[in-house]
Design a protein around this ligand. Structure first.
Ligand SMILES: Nc1ncnc2c1ncn2[C@@H]1O[C@H](COP(=O)(O)OP(=O)(O)OP(=O)(O)O)[C@@H](O)[C@H]1O
Length: 757
């Protein structure tokens, strides 16, 4: 109980309360005596441990080297001529890499040389994804390649509140070797030819992340068929738009998504064949679809391909591999044309930056329809890393589809590396905070002390193995206990979350920055970089340039660091948007034989050549009094406030202040309700309570002050939203980025109310 509450009882003149107050004060003193003594003892032990292990570290770890590495310059303006001359590593028949424009001081290029896998790709002349799969099948043959968790049964489970949910009883992972996966892909590709699909004809993959997705994609690459990728969470209109725009006749989908086509087929008249990936338990219902449309199981197509006489039709580097529809955070999804060369370029850039090795294991659960996941998984395949597939519903032991007593995918797979988007990391981080805060005062103080202790020593270049073993490795068990590296991309990662995940999960957390239009390639953090909130230096395959954006006051002459709109140039840059020549000309341009893309993101390049994204042109609102508010920046600061599960800040240019739509965190909301004597109210009732709204607004204002936000940046009114925004609702993208326009449309009434009050 807080001191405040105690003093209120005392003022009431109640003698029992007075006794209670005295004992509480004494207990607090006792607590603080024991807490202080225990912390003192731990401090002494930790200190002794450091002293004893220091000589061993100095010999084995050579931390001074590590620290120098982390401060190494990552990129320099290219007029200083630091070229990665790929011709040095390539076989004779490959031309030397592009000649670049080097007269602009603010075009940055990395100082890193290419690493062994990049060099291997050059030596083997791997310039298409089809060649990647051929190479890995030949090289890693019988090694585990793609793994699927076996579903043993689906059972009803009665919850504490009496409700019944369907849960999975899951078995082990079942693996296909590299050779088996390649053979299956080859047969699937030939099976498609038997069905009448021709090389260079588009084909849609509309399915959740899984082994068959990868196999289907590579089957198509073997027949030079461009795949059109569509997010499984996109709304019906979005899906219909992608299918009709690309004029496909064949769609690859899954058992779960197939029913959508009962209504969708009317909007997509050209579709003649639907191939569905079977469910492990249930038989798929294939009746009730539009007449004349063939509905075939995935494995039947593979089987047809086994006896087919069709040969492979290898694509060329410049052929389109993927028409990737963006998740639509800024409006209708656009089809981005990605050639095989584009994909190979980003793969080369990633293998130079991300330390993964053949004995690693990746857990794949982000959408493969997002370029970041697709390229990251392709890099794993190229390196010989097995990929075990998972879903957000079965990822950890406590995931919603896991039967009581059954293990989550991470516990069974024990991955060593994974990809993530910031929102998932924010959730893990909040989960850790909640767990710590629910402990006793002693446990809380101890955790805080150990956390700060570890941060301090890690910053100095040391490890803290004892503390990791005793405390943090327990937290790391959540993801199987073996994860040593996470790559985060797709959206900005807050510095606080970055530090906390890295510290508590005992791993490297690398942030990358890129866009679908650049095949996800632009910058990636050096894993030895000890700073937070920056996105790293340019990849070895592209240049980064800053140009002035006068409207927002971002200029390359700004001090202490040059700032401006980020342009990305290099082989990872797409040819443009599908059937949108006007938009393509607006956003892309050629210069000295190199293709460039104008990102609309605002960045600054710091002294060591590392990029920090500081704003987004589309997220900037000019308020009536002339101040600019960066909505994305304000949101990412406020998201670290415990009460906020998600937030969308809105600024009306005709008004002097911003307002916000807030999805409250359920646990924090319940605590707040208790404090205000509203403990018996439901979540919905609390969201509508003016008392709670006022309390949360106050909490947000306090948090904003701590984050040093300007007064005009802090929302002056809020609405508490009763639904948690999910990709299924169409309010966030598959990478959990806000779809501002859709959110605004849905809550327009509340926005009007907030501005009217
Ligand atoms: N590390 C990062 N830090 C900050 N922002 C990032 C980072 N990575 C990606 N982004 C943001 O994500 C954007 C690219 O996202 P992506 O290509 O996935 O498009 P999208 O949001 O799915 O679709 P749309 O083009 O409709 O916005 C970048 O322009 C940038 O604003």
């Amino acid at each position: 109980m807080s001191a405040n509450n105690n003093s209120n009882q005392y003022e009431n003149g109640n003698s029992t309360s007075y006794k209670y107050l005295r004992s509480a004060v004494i207990n607090t003193r006792m607590d603080s005596f024991w807490v202080q003594s225990a912390l003192g003892a731990i401090k002494a032990i930790a200190f002794m441990y450091d002293i004893i292990t220091l000589p061993v570290y100095l010999v084995l770890q050579q931390p001074w080297k590590r620290r120098q590495d982390s401060r190494r310059v990552k990129a320099k303006p290219i007029n200083q001529k630091m070229l990665v001359d790929e011709s040095k590593y390539a076989p004779d028949d490959i031309e030397a890499k592009i000649v670049r424009n080097d007269d602009n001081e603010l075009t940055y290029r990395t100082t890193d040389p290419p690493r062994d896998v990049h060099v291997k790709m050059l030596q083997e002349n791997i310039d298409t994804l089809e060649k990647v799969f051929n190479y890995v099948a030949k090289t890693y043959t019988s090694k585990r390649c793609l793994g699927t968790r076996q579903i043993l049964s689906e059972e009803d489970e009665v919850q504490q509140n009496g409700r019944v949910f369907k849960k999975y009883n899951l078995g082990d992972y079942k693996w296909k070797t590299f050779t088996e996966a390649e053979r299956m892909a080859a047969n699937f590709g030939r099976g498609l030819r038997e069905l009448g699909q021709k090389p260079r004809e588009n084909i849609v993959i509309f399915a959740e992340t899984r082994a068959e997705w990868m196999i289907a994609a590579h089957g198509c690459f073997k027949q030079a068929m461009p795949i059109v990728t569509v997010y499984a969470t996109l709304g019906d209109d979005g899906v219909a738009h992608c299918i009709t725009e690309t004029e496909v006749t064949t769609v690859i989908t899954s058992h779960d998504l197939l029913p959508k086509f009962k209504t969708l087929l009317d909007k997509c008249p050209l579709v003649k064949t639907i191939i569905y990936i079977e469910d492990q338990l249930q038989k798929t219902e294939t009746t009730g679809f539009k007449e004349g449309v063939k509905i075939l199981p995935f494995n039947q197509v593979v089987k047809t391909g086994q006896d087919s006489k069709f040969e492979h039709v290898p694509p060329k580097g410049d052929d389109i591999a993927i028409i990737m529809y963006t998740s639509g955070s800024t409006g209708t999804p656009k089809g981005v044309l990605l050639s095989h060369k584009n994909c190979i370029a980003t793969m080369k850039g990633f293998v130079d930056m991300v330390p993964i090795y053949p004995d690693d294991v990746l857990i794949g659960f982000l959408p493969l329809a997002h370029v970041f996941e697709l390229v990251a998984e392709s890099v794993c395949l190229m390196t010989g890393v097995p990929i075990g597939y998972s879903t957000p519903l079965t990822l950890i032991d406590t995931s919603s589809k896991i039967k009581r007593g059954c293990k989550g995918d991470a516990t069974v797979l024990k991955p060593t590396c994974m990809t993530s988007v910031p929102l998932i990391l924010d959730r893990i981080s909040k989960g850790i905070n909640d767990k710590v805060n629910s402990g006793s005062a002693f446990k809380k103080a101890l955790f805080k002390f150990l956390y700060q202790y570890k941060v301090k020593w890690v910053q100095r270049g040391y490890k803290t193995p004892l503390i990791d073993k005793l405390v943090f490795k327990k937290v790391a068990k959540l993801m199987g206990g073996k994860v040593r590296i996470i790559m985060s991309g797709g959206a900005p990662l807050s510095a606080d979350t970055h530090e906390q995940i890295k510290t508590c999960l005992c791993l490297e957390l690398i942030q990358g920055y890129g866009l679908t239009e650049t095949t996800s390639g632009a910058t990636v953090m050096d894993y030895r970089d000890m700073t937070y909130g920056r996105t790293g230096g340019p990849l070895t395959v592209c240049d980064i340039r800053l140009v002035n954006w006068e409207e927002g006051n971002y200029r390359v002459t700004n001090k202490p660091y040059p700032q401006g709109e980020v342009l990305i140039g290099g082989e990872c840059v797409s040819q443009g948007y599908y059937k949108l020549p006007g938009k393509t000309n607006e956003d892309f341009f050629e210069e000295d034989g190199q293709r460039w893309f104008k990102t609309g993101d605002i960045g600054e390049i710091q002294a060591d050549g590392v990029l920090k994204i500081i704003d987004r042109k589309k997220d900037l609102v000019k308020l009536q009094a002339g101040e600019y508010v960066s909505l994305g920046k304000v949101e990412s600061e406020l998201k670290t406030c415990g009460i906020i599960e998600n937030i969308c800040v809105y600024g009306d240019p005709t008004k002097q202040y911003t307002v916000a739509l807030v999805v409250p965190n359920q646990n924090h909301l319940e605590e707040l309700a208790q404090k205000h004597g509203l403990g018996e109210k439901t979540f919905e009732e609390l969201c509508s309570s003016p008392i709670i709204e006022k309390a949360i607004l106050k909490e947000i204002a306090e948090h904003a002050r701590k984050c040093k936000l300007q007064k005009y940046e802090v929302p002056a009114a809020i609405t508490l939203c009763k639904e948690v925004w999910s990709p299924d609702m169409g309010l966030v993208t598959a990478a959990f980025k806000l779809k501002r326009k859709d959110i605004q449309d849905r809550y327009q009434h509340d926005i009007n109310r907030m501005y009217a009050s």
